[in-house]
Design a binder for this molecule. Structure first.
Ligand code: G
Ligand code: G
Ligand code: MN
Ligand code: NA
Length: 251
């Protein structure tokens, strides 16, 4: 049983870690960045998935604190990497609603000395669901800081395309459910990916194919014009020291 007090303790006692998964240029295969992903090593239950404890953190009001810790930890690693290597951090919809978010982002960047353009914030369309002014103000404020915005898990939600693509994202991340099996000629996933890449490129947005595991999938998403590739074929989420080693090879 995951107790909320366990999660508070986890944050205080250093049981949370950040791991980094590389993202590579689809044609050159050079590392262009890493996505920061949180991990919890529970002293009794072992590793707990963020898919379980992030919702818990949202519920108990701990997500802003945890989110800021991830942001700070991730940016503090990214300053050690070559300048062309960026870092992506996932934002919970709850964080996105907090009015203090832009000032938090600003202070983290200035504290660690990371250029804003090297930070990418990943949001899911859940963030955009309340079609109110706050959402657009928040996006404007973040863009003014100079950070990049990515739409995560693209294609899995229910928002209308016209609504989603009116937001000035720098990148859309094509969900791994489209990539899986896309090289099977019977699958319609290749057609879907082609359409997403076409839309994104018309709107001057980059595309990342997520969850690429096999050579067939890699060749396919490259041929379909995805700009970037992320997936086990190039690296699983790894500890900071391994990410640093890999990043250093990118220069
Ligand atoms: O890394 P993994 O596949 O176990 O992640 C499971 C889910 O948890 C994914 O949806 C991922 O986006 C999310 N996740 C991982 N790290 C973070 C984080 O630091 N913040 C938020 N909000 N979500 C995260
Ligand atoms: O929701 P989001 O896209 O942020 O979630 C990313 C999650 O996907 C990470 O937790 C990561 O562990 C997982 N992931 C990344 N690459 C692969 C892959 O190639 N295969 C599978 N099965 N999962 C992956
Ligand atoms: Mn993500
Ligand atoms: Na995703």
């Amino acid at each position: 049983q995951l107790m909320e007090s366990d999660l508070r303790v986890a944050l205080e006692k250093g049981q949370l870690r950040v791991v980094f998964q590389p993202s590579v240029d689809a044609s050159s295969e050079a590392v262009t960045g890493f996505e920061a992903l949180i991990r919890w090593d529970h002293p009794e239950h072992g590793p707990v998935s963020p898919a379980l404890f992030i919702p818990l953190a949202e519920e108990i009001g701990l997500i802003n604190e945890i989110g800021e810790w991830v942001l700070r930890t991730a940016c503090a690693e990214a300053v050690k990497w070559p300048q062309q290597v960026s870092v992506a951090v996932n934002l919970s919809p709850v964080q996105f609603k907090a009015h203090a978010l832009p000032s938090t982002v600003r202070s983290v960047l200035s504290d660690v000395g990371l250029a804003a353009k090297r930070l990418e914030l990943e949001i899911t369309e859940g963030v955009l669901l309340s079609n109110d002014e706050h959402v657009h103000d928040m996006i404007d404020s973040l863009k003014k800081i100079g950070v990049k915005l990515a739409l995560d898990d693209f294609g899995t939600g229910y928002s209308s395309l016209s609504y989603l693509l009116r937001v000035p994202f720098d990148k859309i991340k094509i969900d791994q459910s489209f990539v899986r099996g896309a090289s099977d000629p019977e699958s319609r996933n290749a057609a879907l990916i082609r359409a997403m890449v076409g839309l994104a490129s018309d709107l001057q947005m980059q595309t990342t194919a997520e969850g690429v595991e096999t050579q067939d999938e890699l060749l396919l998403v490259r041929n379909l014009g995805c700009s970037l590739v992320q997936g086990y074929i190039f690296g699983k989420p790894m500890p900071a020291d391994e990410a640093l080693e890999l990043a250093a090879k990118a220069s």
